[in-house]
Design a protein around this ligand. Sequence first.
Ligand code: NI
Length: 158
Amino acid sequence: MALLNIVTYPDPLLRKKSRPVTGITPRILQLLDDMRDTLHKAQGVGLAAVQVGVLRRIVIVETEPGQLYEMINPEILSKSKKTQINNEGCLSVPDKWGQTERAMTVKVRYTDRNGKEQTLNAEGFLAQAIQHELDHLEGIIFTDVAIHMLTEEELNGD
Ligand code: NI
């Protein structure tokens, strides 16, 4: 088990565009394992490789414990017009929360760790997390797209 350091805002690396993975090498498989361990330790639901300092198009998402998606070169094929508004945070932006409006469902294509192409229809929280992680591959952070950042008062409310 290896834990990786999580890059935090305002590190300029988070603004860079990630490059495609050209081959699933032992190094990529090790990165996936280390990202999973790092995600679990941080108790997050998603992590992009750029967040651990690797500018490659890799994200992992686990919105339900035990249901881990490892996505290499993921691409959103379609999004629903119907949207969802939820609170959202990011391991790279500690202690900040914002409301985002994102597609309710997405269809995403990616390569899995075995080199097999997969297509996933995701909805709700999983779809939200996938959109958040794929934004990271373009250098976009949720605070860029949030329709409202939660204030201290709102965070401490009720
Ligand atoms: Ni994030």
